[in-house]
Design a protein around this ligand. Sequence first.
Ligand code: FAD
Ligand code: ZN
Length: 479
Amino acid sequence: MDQGVPKPVPDALLARLMAALGPKGCVTDAGEIAPFVVDERKLYRGRTPAVLRPASTAEVAEAVRLCAQARVAIVPQGGNTGLCGGATPHEWNAEIVLNLGRMNRVRALDALNYTITVEAGCILAQVQAAAADADRLFPLSLGAEGSCQIGGNLATNAGGVAVLRYGNARDLVLGLEVVLADGRVLDGLTGLRKDNTGYDLKQLFLGSEGTLGIITAAVLKLFPRPREQTTAICALEGPEQAVELLARVRADSGDMITGFELMNRQCIALATARVPGVPEPLASPAPYYVLVELSSAASASLLKETLEASLGAALEAGTITDAAIASNQAQGRAMWRLREAIPESQKIAGGGIKHDVSVPVSAVPAFIREAELRVRAELPAMRVFAFGHVGDGNVHFNLVWPEGEDREAFLARWPQFNRIVHDVAAGFGGSISAEHGIGRLKREEFLRYAQPIEVEMMKRIKAALDPLGLMNPGKVLPD
Ligand code: FAD
Ligand code: ZN
């Protein structure tokens, strides 16, 4: 437990919040609260006397002001799909959850400025759809897009499957509206692409996981909608060839790659065995696979021909051993379905010890080889699932419980396997959290690998923006 247990939430505060937000905006029924106090992976189960569901920025500001006055901490929450426990309150029933789900309006779309202004509680898929309706693309895309919220995406600086072309969530933001820890509103909803007037304050809140303020709205960048897309699955001997293939296809296509996902055989075997409607992608099994997608917004870009020629040359050079290019949209979607089934199948198989690391793209093969070797030296039967956004050097290196082993005993070795995998990543100059953030789960790991000067600067920023320590305490940094 972190330091002393805070005091319970005063009844007078709950009454004021109820008066300010109404019964729809202030949920106190234990049954209704239940889904808001447990995280996606069920690693944490917290307690809160109330879940606030404000419907406007003014209501968020008023709620934050009242909580600050009463010195009660707030846990901001979006779609609650985060993988690090950041949106879950602690166990001591002394924090209030503030969920943005009712703030789900698209405030504006400026097709000529290629921007969309959305409230934080918009579901990611809703933002994508609004952009598509205007013949534009909002490129952020990830497995949880049907339930995660844009506010959560920005608060975690989410990554996903299109980062190599369009960047992380952070790169897609032009302006931000934030309710600060004292309840004042920072209105930074600008749609400017150029603005060099001092510090870029919005960047502080992007990736801050609710520890500096509450994001209530954002101006996001849009792009031309792809007119042509082509997808393929390739078989390879190892991750070394995947990195070679990436360089080749980047060059051959003039950087048209929008997806480049690595999957080892374990991933494919489990996904095809456990998730209904997901067939083997190629005639015979291979040690590794890559899903590659090219996209172009031009009307006649000959993407399929380009990919065919590039993969043909890769086959001849021995970089790949087989490939299937989707001949229509449905086949392309089925290839992505296979990729999406990978985390699902691991959940079905009992879950396990996940790692979300990144290393320089060129170091991905050496990272995978060494981490696998060192993990197997400790537990030869370990099921190693290496997959992910290899185009960004981001590997999800997941260790799944070997069937027949004692599950509890396996999970008890979590810290030991974290240490091995994170040490290997750090040895290649990597990060222990490429896209999922720190939350509560990776706080100690973060403190272990960060430079002391980085942690000191973060603590100073936290103290400057949240002097009472009421914004999501105990997440990212120690309380
Ligand atoms: P939540 O889980 O509700 O919150 C996450 C953090 O942000 C918490 O610390 C919370 O306090 C804070 N927060 C939320 N909203 C706000 C706000 N408005 N203002 C301030 N702070 C806020 N992540 C990736 O990066 N890439 C992936 O490819 C990816 N794939 C996923 C696939 C699946 C199947 C699942 C379940 C998750 C995946 N994730 C992925 C993780 C997760 O979906 C993302 O991190 C997502 O961005 C979280 O959004 P959310 O709205 O659910 O946030
Ligand atoms: Zn991912």
